[in-house]
Design a binder for this molecule. Structure first.
Ligand code: 13P
Ligand code: SF4
Length: 317
């Protein structure tokens, strides 16, 4: 049946749930997905949690990764025997794109004797050049576990790298990449919001620029920010990360107020959306389950080398 035949969103959701059972599929969704996709997913999480779920899905035949392409690739590397699908093959990532494999290779060759740490938001080719992979949820812990005098290359996110350098006092060599969504938050507009809501806590993802990080009451991955809102006595929060996370925050704490931090260029809309994340829709999720496409494949020549740094990361509890 095609999506036009469903009269309501509920009917579409029922069809997705039916297909999921028939096909032994599991749906994983990132916190930046549209609310209805988060609601229908079997597991939602930050990129670390999604990698952990993917590593333990023994009974599933199909994994549908509702997120962006590199997340699908990470799942495929962790479950090579399963069919890994994404609702929209064009859901890429500007941060991963800011680190082309050949250029990163030259950078590493120009700085011998360094341990290479890469953020999970990278291509399979970059992962294959990496010693240890990190996410925003474990980057600090993993860097801290290395000897203080260890020479480190950190890529591709200069903001996360800068943040870790500032906290640890290290001098990691940084690749000059960034995420177009997180770089856009406006310091002036966050200060203005703070004036309007003096009791509000400012929550910031470490992919944001340093001046925004300096305004934060809490810096952390999407999961860490979510946990903070649940544990905090505060009732108002200004949230400087992709606006999809507000869905879960509002679900978990309906009595609290969550205000999306605006980007520099917001004319009327106060949110900051990732255009890649928001390519996924319930309709595309239905079609992808029905047709079992688009499917994620990984170059077999790179798979072993790309899996190694992921496994090293997952050894950290
Ligand atoms: P986390 O899920 O690690 O918080 O990362 C955010 C992100 O930008 C994913 O694309
Ligand atoms: Fe990539 Fe930024 Fe979108 Fe995350 S929010 S998927 S880092 S472009």
């Amino acid at each position: 049946m095609d999506v036009e035949n469903f009269r309501t969103e509920e009917e579409l959701k029922e069809a997705i749930t039916r297909l999921k059972k028939e096909k032994k599929a599991v749906i994983l969704a990132h916190y930046y997905q549209q609310g209805p996709i988060q609601d229908i997913a079997d597991h939602i999480g930050d990129s670390l949690a999604l990698a952990r779920y993917a590593a333990t899905l023994d009974d599933a035949r199909i994994v549908v990764l509702c997120g962006v392409h590199f997340m699908g690739e990470t799942a495929k590397l962790l479950c090579p025997d399963k069919k890994v699908l994404v609702p929209d093959a064009d859901a890429g990532c500007s941060l991963a794109d800011s680190c082309p494999v050949e250029d990163f290779k030259k950078f590493i060759e120009a700085h011998p004797g360094h341990t290479v740490i890469s953020y999970v938001n990278t291509s399979v080719g970059v992962k294959a050049l990496t010693d240890i992979l990190v996410t925003s949820g474990n980057a600090l812990k993993i860097v801290n576990s290395l000897p203080e005098d260890e020479k480190i290359i950190f890529g591709p996110d200069r903001n996360l790298g800068n943040y870790i350098n500032s906290i640890t006092g290290r001098n990691m060599l940084l690749w000059d990449g960034a995420c177009h969504v997180h770089e856009k938050f406006s310091v002036e507009k966050i200060i203005e919001l703070k004036k309007q809501h003096p009791g509000a806590k400012v929550l910031v993802h470490p992919e944001c620029k340093r001046p925004v990080v300096l305004l934060a009451d809490k810096v952390g991955s999407t999961a860490a920010l979510l946990e903070y809102t649940k544990a905090s006595d505060a009732t108002q929060f200004i949230v400087a990360t992709e606006s999809g996370i507000l869905h879960q925050m509002r679900k978990d704490c309906p009595e609290k107020t969550f205000i999306p931090a605006p980007p520099d260029d917001a004319a009327t809309c106060g949110c900051n959306d990732c255009s890649y994340m928001k390519l996924n829709t319930l309709e595309k999720l239905y079609r992808c389950l029905r047709d079992e496409t688009p499917e994620i494949t990984v170059d077999p020549a790179l798979a072993e080398a790309a899996l190694r740094p992921i496994e090293r990361m997952l050894q950290f509890k």
